[in-house]
Design a protein around this ligand. Structure first.
Ligand code: NAD
Ligand code: DAU
Length: 354
């Protein structure tokens, strides 16, 4: 039995679906169901006894302790987080509460549980923390990609809250010997991503005939990875990673945001034999403190754990666009009133000069 947090969100849900497709080990899914959590992501597991759902906050220590006592997992994987950079700029408090204080509460409860285990369960136990490349800050055009030894320099409240949680994980291994693992991954895309993030937002707006908002000059660079490849990397780290280590995960697929948006438009035009979606591209006010470039050096996980991505950016993006076109009901269900409120707040547009 393993316990995952945040399993109703984008990456967590993909992880659970892949996990259940591959084996019989049960999974406890602890999720608060914030605006980003959606049990519809796991509809196919509704009557599956391998998936046990518990609505809870990682910051609720008594509840976390009781779930650990009840289910006695061999591993805890922490996906739960507030994950959207723009929301962290508008309202950082929830990010500190969940990503920093919540992760601390979870980690400390897990340490208590772990200390009650007998050998060999104690040494076999793992706490895997799912983190991000944003903790490393921003790269210049000629800089080498982020490696596991790059100094932390987080620039947004989101990145700072994740960096703080990474430091706590490191300290719990160093001080208490808790067998921790940390992954720092680049931008994910794929099915079930909430349409506040660039790729699903662009697909959604393109089909609806709405503007495709590109921040600033659109020349910021991200290193994109298909979500299924990230989930495979997490499984490799869980099974073969060395306790106390961190692993960078990325697709070696650097793209400017404009390239990403244009590729989505091209795939949509091919699949729908439709209009010129790129004509909907609209430059809007830039994100405050916008990081210019992220890129990951994934040599360590490739060499040590023999992980490689299965999808190219082009193949993964085509699968993703097809999924959104085939799952209009999913999009309708998540583009609620709260979603409209967010879109109005974030894009009350001051037109850009770029
Ligand atoms: P998401 O926003 O789609 O999902 C987050 C999930 O966590 C939701 O189900 C939400 O209900 C749950 N949650 C939030 N606060 C909680 C709390 N206090 N207690 C319990 N559950 C809570 O996020 P995602 O994109 O799936 O990201 C998952 C993890 O991966 C995050 O830790 C994020 O930092 C990390 N990450 C994301 C990306 C990416 O590109 N999306 C890349 C690298 C790392
Ligand atoms: O790098 C990993 C990170 O990737 C994760 O830790 C975060 O949880 C995840 O949200 C993602 O962060 P980004 O800020 O890079 O992702 P987002 O999809 O929000 O934006 C991608 C790029 O596109 C970024 O440079 C901002 C830009 N953008 C985004 C939106 C929503 C636009 O130009 N227009 C938009 O409307």
């Amino acid at each position: 039995m393993i316990l995952v947090t945040g399993g109703a969100g984008f990456i967590g849900a993909n992880f659970i679906l892949d996990w259940c497709a591959d084996g019989d080990e049960p999974i406890v899914n602890l999720d608060k169901l914030t605006y980003a959590g959606n049990l519809g992501n796991l509809a196919s597991l509704k009557d599956d006894p391998r998936h046990l759902f518990a609505r809870a906050d990682i910051g609720d220590r008594p509840r976390v302790e009781s779930l650990l006592r009840e289910h006695r997992p061999r591993a805890v994987l922490n996906f739960a987080a507030e994950s959207h950079v723009d929301r962290s700029i508008h309202g950082p408090a929830d990010f500190i509460a969940t990503n920093l204080v919540g992760t601390f509460t979870l980690l400390d409860a897990v340490r208590g549980y772990w200390s009650t285990l007998d050998e060999p369960e104690r040494s076999r136990f793992r706490f895997l923390h799912v983190s991000t490349d944003e903790v490393y800050g921003s790269l210049g055009p000629g800089d080498p990609p982020f490696s596991e030894t790059t100094a932390y320099a987080p620039n947004s409240p989101y990145a700072a809250s994740k960096a703080g949680s990474d430091h706590l994980i490191r300290a719990y291994h160093h001080t208490y010997g808790l067998p921790t693992l940390t992954t720092n991954c680049s931008n994910n895309y794929g099915p079930r991503q909430f349409p506040e993030k660039l790729i699903p937002l662009v697909i959604h707006n393109a089909v609806a005939g709405k503007p495709l908002p590109v921040y600033g000059d659109g020349l910021q660079i991200r290193d994109w990875l298909y979500v299924g490849d990230h989930c495979a990397a997490i499984r490799a780290v869980l099974e073969r990673g060395r306790p106390g280590e961190t692993y960078n995960v990325g697709g070696s697929a650097e793209q400017t945001n404009l390239e990403v948006v244009r590729t989505v438009c091209r795939i949509l035009s091919d699949l729908k034999r439709g209009r010129d979606y790129a004509a909907q591209i609209t430059f809007v006010k830039d994100r405050a403190g916008h990081d210019r470039r992220y890129a990951i050096d994934a040599t360590k996980i490739r060499r040590e754990l023999r992980w490689t991505p299965a999808e190219t950016f082009e193949s993964g993006l085509e699968r993703t666009v097809r999924w959104y076109l085939d799952n209009e009901a999913w999009l309708d269900a998540v583009t609620s009133k709260e979603y409209q409120r967010w879109i109005t707040l974030n894009y009350t547009a001051v037109p850009s000069t770029a």
